[in-house]
Design a protein around this ligand. Structure first.
Ligand code: FEO
Length: 401
């Protein structure tokens, strides 16, 4: 993609990544893609805000050439050290050795640790301003959005907030970088939620603190380092991030995430009966086969819904491994205070349900409804399954914790 104007003197440059299969080596993006957005701010002095992952570097530096010589860059702002935003730093330093890196004190040490970069680094304090001429960059430290060294950068005259990971999302660009030109806003909202829960969810308190810290800034454009640039409605993505972060302290929506695994279809047969019981009560139920769905896609539903129904067979006296993986990640991502129930088939002795209890104990899930059956479910078992689903749905509707 060529460089794109956000304002007459501020340009998007970056990498529209459609080839990486796993973001952070974990999260699938092969269908959705992702962008690493950087921004060139031109004035008497020129600043490059953030860089990109170390792929497609020719294209990245060609984009800079469309705007200015790389040796014209006076400052490179490192808002965040994760290599999806800094991977090109050593190439930039070779091409433009005299540019000064502006970053937080914590990031200065990380630059040495990750890239052995130790020179031409200027630490910026929280709230500090640096003039580029008519434009002024102001820096706000926002620790743990997403790493401890993270900051955001605000350009005062144009009221553009370069927010780095904050307000970002998965999803490569489909021909436009702007919210008002995008015809697939729902796709980007869904991918922003998946990104939020996969990457940021553990840090909801810092996210809410950062939103509060920035609330009095007049903001015309939110320019994150992943995903759409919001210039028509910058408040939209801020409100979504606030809402998603607030789920951490609330039960969530009155809906059920049903995650199950099944070896030979016995637990799946019961799953359908239980889902019927939930639906009979008029509650939405979002169903995931844990063995066939990457946890990345299950986490957003777990994050947002109040109810969790877990179905798993006993596997070699333990929990069916795909369910173990989902629950371990849910606990890692601090998905807490859910109202849950569990069911499953066993062959000769149980074991799965006890292990579910053990895994989710640190996340303080309320888990007092269980139903186990031996081998295949009988017609009588399935009737009980429908009733079990309905009883759980009523509990969620009432808001019982
Ligand atoms: Fe997009 Fe935390 O890096």
């Amino acid at each position: 993609m060529p460089a794109i104007n956000l304002t007459p003197d501020i340009f998007w440059i970056g990498v529209n990544d459609r080839t990486t299969d796993l973001f952070e080596g974990i999260w699938p993006i092969s269908k959705e893609g992702v962008s690493y957005n950087a921004y060139l701010v031109r004035d008497k002095k020129t600043a490059l805000v953030d860089l990109a992952k170390s792929i497609k570097s020719d294209s990245f530096f060609d984009q800079i050439d469309q705007v200015c010589k790389v040796t014209d860059i006076d400052y490179v702002v490192i808002n965040h050290m994760e290599p999806d935003h800094t991977g090109l730093i050593n190439i930039l330093r070779k091409l433009s050795p005299n540019c000064t890196i502006l970053t937080t004190p914590k990031a200065k040490k990380m630059l040495a640790d990750y890239y052995q970069v130790t020179e031409n680094i200027q630490e910026v304090a929280d709230g500090e301003e640096i003039s580029l001429g008519k434009k002024t960059l102001q820096f706000f430290h926002v620790p743990f959005v997403h790493w401890p060294e993270t900051m955001v950068t605000y350009e005062k005259s144009t009221q553009v907030l370069f927010s780095c990971d904050a307000f970002g999302g998965y999803g490569a660009f489909h021909g436009t970088i702007f919210d008002d030109e995008c015809r697939e806003l729902e796709f980007y909202k869904n991918e922003a939620l998946r990104y939020f829960v996969n990457i940021i969810a553990k840090f909801t308190t810092p996210v809410l603190k950062a939103i509060d810290k920035l609330k009095d800034l007049p903001i015309k454009i939110i320019a994150p380092s992943h995903g759409l640039v919001f210039r028509k409605d910058p408040g939209l993505i801020v409100d979504l991030y606030r809402k998603w972060a607030e789920y951490a302290g609330q039960p969530g929506e009155k809906a059920v995430t049903l995650v199950y695994g099944s070896m030979y279809g016995n637990t799946e047969t019961m799953m359908n009966a239980i889902a019927q019981g939930i639906a009979n009560e008029g509650l939405p139920v979002h169903i995931f086969d844990a063995a066939r769905t990457h946890v990345s896609y299950i986490l957003p539903s777990l994050w947002t819904n109040a109810g969790v129904m877990l179905g798993a067979p006993t596997y070699e006296a333990k929990l069916f491994p795909p369910i173990t993986q989902v629950l371990d990640m849910a606990v890692t991502k601090m998905i807490r205070n859910k109202t849950a129930a569990m069911f499953g088939s066993f062959g000769w002795s149980g074991g799965a349900l006890g292990e579910i209890r053990r895994i989710v104990e640190p996340a303080k899930w309320n888990l007092d409804m269980t139903m186990e059956f031996q081998g295949g479910a009988t017609a009588e078992d399935l009737k009980k399954g429908v009733a079990f689903g309905s009883e759980f749905a009523r509990k969620i509707k009432k808001g019982d914790a």
